[in-house]
Design a binder for this molecule. Structure first.
Ligand SMILES: Nc1nc2c(ncn2[C@@H]2O[C@H](COP(=O)(O)OP(=O)(O)O)[C@@H](O)[C@H]2O)c(=O)[nH]1
Ligand SMILES: [Mg+2]
Length: 311
């Protein structure tokens, strides 16, 4: 799956791989290094992360000048893997197993894929009791799109009542109450998915509103004394955003403490290297990726497979 997803990015490294391995010496070393640097850059990896790789290769240059490409690959992987590992991920399935309720709040800029990803999550967790809360109170079309997905996937939902002009945080609060009211009598595990309206990371009032939605969810959940719950904020980023994703992640993290990322549209022109940069610079893990518009096009992120198919 991963090698297929990142095939286009992997192809960027072709000329690096094809460097003439019979060549030796400093010139060969510098040529290959330059070729690698260019490919990493085109794959959307940031300058500082690229530098870590180049430094590691330079440190080991005596053994790399006269050897086969596999030795390079080993150094590259051994350098990149720890950058990803600093961002410790979590598995939503495991979290749900150890809690009564798992709440995933999806946030991100307009069009990043929040609503369609929410539908994919609802589908993936359909064995459990799934409940959807729509807090996009600005656009009637947003509610309509969400409701249509919920009906397609077959999950209950809560959105603002017609013409009520509620605030997103009020809808979030009532939504939790509805979700817990509807919890099955057999107390099946409940996954609550919260959709939020798209907003630009530089729009301070809207970012504050998002923080308010999160506080409101927590307040509603805390009212249930014995409830074992976990609330995670997931930032949905459009994979085709490339290196511009990093400032988005930082701003959203400041507002709501992002617990993990969902990177969408890996089937489109996404290069994928930005996930490495984000993990390195923010320690925020990628949890899921999506690759396509069908409801089952959602995959858990696998760091090792990702790296091996990237380069
Ligand atoms: N090709 C592709 N398109 C996607 C993917 N995820 C979402 N989209 C499309 O991106 C557009 C915006 O998605 P939407 O969920 O409405 O974004 P939102 O504004 O963040 O809620 C829609 O046309 C989706 O079909 C994906 O993984 N691959
Ligand atoms: Mg939406």
């Amino acid at each position: 799956m991963w090698s297929k997803l990142l095939a286009k990015t992997n192809a960027l490294f072709e000329s690096f791989r094809q460097s003439d391995a019979t060549d030796t010496g400093q010139a060969y070393f510098e040529d290959r290094l330059e070729s690698l640097e260019e490919a990493l850059f085109r794959a959307d990896v940031d300058g500082a992360s690229i530098q870590v790789v180049l430094d590691a290769l330079r440190t080991q240059s005596p053994s790399l000048k006269n050897t086969d490409p596999q030795a390079w690959q080993t150094v590259i992987m051994e350098t990149l893997a720890p950058l990803l590992e600093t961002a410790k991920g979590f598995d939503p399935d495991t979290l749900l197993a150890s809690h009564d309720v798992l709440v995933l709040m999806l946030c991100g800029v307009n069009g990043s894929g929040k609503t369609t990803t929410l539908a994919k999550l609802a589908h993936a967790f359909r064995e459990h009791h799934v409940f959807v809360i729509g807090t996009d109170t600005f656009r009637a079309a947003a509610d309509a799109q969400l409701v249509s997905w919920c009906n397609r996937v077959g999950v209950p939902y809560f959105t603002q009542e017609d013409g009520k002009g509620s605030s997103p945080s009020a809808v979030a609060f009532q939504g939790i109450e509805e979700a817990l009211k509807q919890r099955d009598s057999d107390k099946r595990k409940t996954l609550i998915l919260v959709d939020t309206s798209g907003r630009l990371h530089v729009d301070a009032p809207l970012m504050e509103e998002l923080a308010k939605v999160k506080r409101s969810l927590l307040k509603a959940l805390d009212a249930y004394a014995d409830l074992r719950y976990s609330l995670k904020s997931l930032l949905v980023i459009d994979g085709t955003t490339g290196r511009n994703a990093l400032p988005q992640v930082k701003q959203f993290d400041e507002a709501v403490q992002v617990d993990g990322l969902i990177c969408t549209k890996l089937d489109a022109s996404a290069k994928g290297g930005a996930l490495l940069s984000i993990a390195h610079h923010t320690q925020i893990p990628t949890i899921y990726v999506t690759a396509g518009e069908s409801v089952d096009a959602l995959h858990l992120f696998e760091a090792e497979a990702y790296l091996n198919s990237l380069i």
